[in-house]
Design a protein around this ligand. Structure first.
Ligand code: ZN
Length: 355
């Protein structure tokens, strides 16, 4: 299957921009600047950004594609007398990746302070696992006063300090691929539709939502406000294709194409999200017709912004599409760029079907 050429400088920009839960403004700015010229964007009072092309108002059903802008991180809970920081997690920051990690601290006025997580020298390390309470952040200051002089205070956020890079033949690595890859796909789709002068069979809305990583917040207000009949979620998912995970849960892997979510459950079996059957079948038949590889996914232990959406209005038809991302919530998230390209192509073809 041929791939679509991706604007990797835009993807790098989206990945590297900080956007902690509740602090997604810079990401929203980058997205607005990357929209095709004839699109309009509106921001609601919690920061969700909804973009649409006014020419398509009233074209068939209202369809919202949804990706989340926020990323996992840490928040300062205490500045110690000797200038170290103690932190709490802001979303599911990967604890295994923390000791020795490079971080960026973002002060309330938006300045970057280089930071790192302290780690015990191997010579003195006789333990297996470190709890977050035992970790500390080192910003190179020797006192609380010195830290405060840099503008550091309780409530500041920290992100992975990790730059975007190509790796292997088809892959890339960086931070916040969950879900800036989704944001990127939506932008690439808008640009593709504009460049090729494709008119979808629906009134298309692209929703870039906030605070998914903390409590799946953003999606629901956006859906209530714009009242789409159909919502298609685009988010990262966990592939099971590394030596430690092969054979567990499912066969979703990097380079196998986007995945169609048949079931996702955060925990147990009562909080399952399942797709609208007709919509899921249309996704599958579109992929087959277009020759785009598509994987089938059933997964537990993960939730997305789509979870609360069916409660909105008179009910909403939903389907979730996943981009496999290895090492979720770490500084070295890894994805296959062919999957990203195929996701964009699948959506382009899907939006020309009757939905
Ligand atoms: Zn996500």
């Amino acid at each position: 299957m041929k791939e679509f050429e991706l604007d990797l400088s835009l993807l790098a920009l989206l990945s590297e921009t900080p956007g902690l839960p509740g602090r997604e403004g810079l990401v929203a700015d980058q997205i607005q600047q990357a929209l095709p010229p004839n699109w309009v964007a509106e921001t609601d009072q919690i920061g969700n950004l909804v973009c649409r092309c006014p020419d398509w108002a009233g074209y068939g059903p209202k369809v919202m594609l949804m990706a989340h802008m926020d990323e996992v991180g840490l928040i300062v809970r205490r500045v110690t007398q000797d200038g170290f920081l103690q932190v709490q997690r802001l979303g599911g920051m990967g604890l295994r990746s923390l000791p020795g990690a490079r971080l960026d601290l973002w002060t309330s006025d938006g300045r970057r302070v280089p930071a790192q997580v302290g780690t015990l020298p191997q010579h003195l390390d006789h333990s297996n696992f470190l709890a977050l309470e035992d970790m500390y952040i080192d910003i190179g200051t020797a006192s609380r006063q010195e830290a405060e002089a840099l503008g550091v205070q309780v409530g500041d956020g920290l992100t992975w300090a990790s730059s975007f890079e190509r790796i292997g033949s088809h892959q890339a690595r960086g931070k916040a691929f969950d879900d800036r890859l989704g944001c990127f796909v939506l932008l690439a789709l808008a640009r593709r539709l504009a460049e090729a002068q494709i008119t979808p069979t629906c009134d298309l809305h692209l929703a870039f939502v906030v605070q998914e990583e903390t409590r799946l917040t953003g999606g629901l207000p956006a859906v209530r406000q714009y009242a789409p009949e159909i919502v298609i979620g685009i988010d990262g998912t966990l592939p099971f294709d590394t030596p430690d995970l092969a054979g567990k849960q499912n066969d979703v892997h990097l380079g196998g194409g986007p995945a169609l979510k048949w079931l996702e459950a955060i925990r147990g079996k009562m909080a399952c999200t399942v797709p609208d059957l007709r919509l899921a079948q249309t996704v599958r038949s579109t992929a087959r017709q277009s020759g785009i590889p598509l994987q089938d996914e059933v997964i537990t232990g993960i939730g997305t912004a789509l979870n609360p959406v069916p409660y909105a209005n008179q009910g909403v038809r939903i389907v979730g599409l996943s981009l496999p991302v290895r090492y979720h919530h770490s500084p070295v998230e890894m994805a296959d760029l062919r999957d990203v390209s195929w996701m964009m192509m699948l959506l382009t073809d899907l939006l020309q079907q009757p939905l």
